[in-house]
Design a protein around this ligand. Structure first.
Ligand SMILES: Cc1cc2nc3c(=O)[nH]c(=O)nc-3n(C[C@H](O)[C@H](O)[C@H](O)COP(=O)(O)OP(=O)(O)OC[C@H]3O[C@@H](n4cnc5c(N)ncnc54)[C@H](O)[C@@H]3O)c2cc1C
Length: 303
């Protein structure tokens, strides 16, 4: 079967196509590559959105980052403001697929594909990011943490287009980190991923967020891990307690990449290292981006 394909020049045109039953394609690195690999057939109707200028760009103004849905992983990873203030997101976007995947794959496509192993989900959740969904009849803003409902599914209606992601600039004194356990450096997805963001004031953690990736049907925030950190000095004891809570919250599956027991055991190890790196960054120490290289480099992935 051949797919009917249109290319939209504006959000208005894209929404009209969605109303007639078309599915959006941005970089095509999930939709088209998946179809070629036989994972799922191409939809009958497709609307290409990559020419829509208003969906592009990464900017920061009035205390808020705006990531256009079409911002690519490469653009986000290279953005100096993202690297400084949303460092965990830079860690994540720097390790998606290969160079080619990062220059074509978009943040919007990554979120809407809703893989439990998606790279950007944990970082965006720890920063309390919001997603703007537009439809032919209006628009709504929802927390990124509420977007995915399971592997490959979201709360978005078929006629809703994700147009941008909004993130408040984290307070001064915030450090963040995302790292994944992987078997090789490129063209890999997370076996286990953890994100942490901590805000330090006068040596005490005043705010903390921890999210686990590839450990449940959707990426999860772990309030118990956050509680273990807030009020502490962010040192080894608090990091260990928070990491144990992160591992306890995991509901992993067994698959070709690892057993559920292995994932749960590694969740604690990855969480401890990630929380420690976030605290070090909050204290102004240099932990290079991507953190996965810095935290797991010597073993080529396995801790
Ligand atoms: C070789 C390879 C390696 C990869 N490695 C990684 C990896 O390491 N980590 C990782 O997280 N992912 C990885 N991926 C997956 C993929 O590259 C990312 O998920 C990418 O960000 C998807 O973006 P896209 O623009 O290509 O999405 P598309 O393929 O264009 O779309 C993906 C889905 O989102 C929908 N969609 C896209 N944009 C919108 C929008 N604005 N509004 C509503 N719906 C929309 C589409 O309809 C489709 O269902 C890899 C893919 C390949 C092929």
């Amino acid at each position: 079967m051949t797919a009917a394909f249109v290319s939209a020049e504006s959000v208005h045109e894209a929404l009209s196509a969605l109303q007639s039953g078309a599915r959006p394609v941005a970089g095509g690195t999930d939709l088209v590559v998946g179809a070629r690999q036989g994972k799922a057939a191409l939809p009958e109707r497709i609307v290409a959105i990559h020419r829509i200028g208003e969906l592009r760009g990464v900017s920061v103004s009035d205390g808020r980052f705006r990531l256009g849905a079409l911002a690519t992983h490469a653009e986000i990873a290279a953005d100096s403001a993202v690297r400084e203030r949303l460092t965990a997101l830079a860690d994540a976007c720097s390790i998606v697929g290969s160079h080619a995947t990062r220059t074509h794959g978009t943040v919007g496509g990554n979120l809407m594909n809703a893989s439990p192993a998606m790279e950007v989900g944990g970082p965006l959740q720890v920063f309390d990011a919001e997603a703007l969904l537009r439809s032919p009849t209006g628009e709504r803003t929802i927390p990124v943490a509420s977007l995915a409902t399971g592997p490959g599914s979201t709360v978005a209606a078929p006629d809703e287009l994700l147009t941008e992601i909004l993130v408040a600039v984290p307070p001064d004194g915030t450090g963040s980190c995302y790292a994944r356990l992987e078997y090789r450096r490129q063209m890999e997805i997370a076996i286990v991923g953890v994100t942490a963001a901590v805000t330090l004031d006068d040596g005490k953690v005043t705010q903390a967020r921890v999210a686990i990736t590839a450990l449940a049907p959707t990426i999860l925030l772990v309030p118990e891990a956050e509680q273990a950190l807030v009020g502490s000095d962010g040192g080894a004891a608090a990091a260990a307690e928070a990491a144990a809570a992160a591992a306890k919250a995991a509901r992993p599956i067994s698959d070709v990449r690892g057993s559920a027991d292995y994932r749960r055991a590694m969740a604690e190890v990855v969480a401890r290292r990630v929380i420690d790196a976030a605290v070090r960054r909050a204290n102004g120490a240099e932990v290079s981006v991507p953190a996965s290289d810095a935290l797991f480099a010597a073993a080529g992935g396995a801790p």
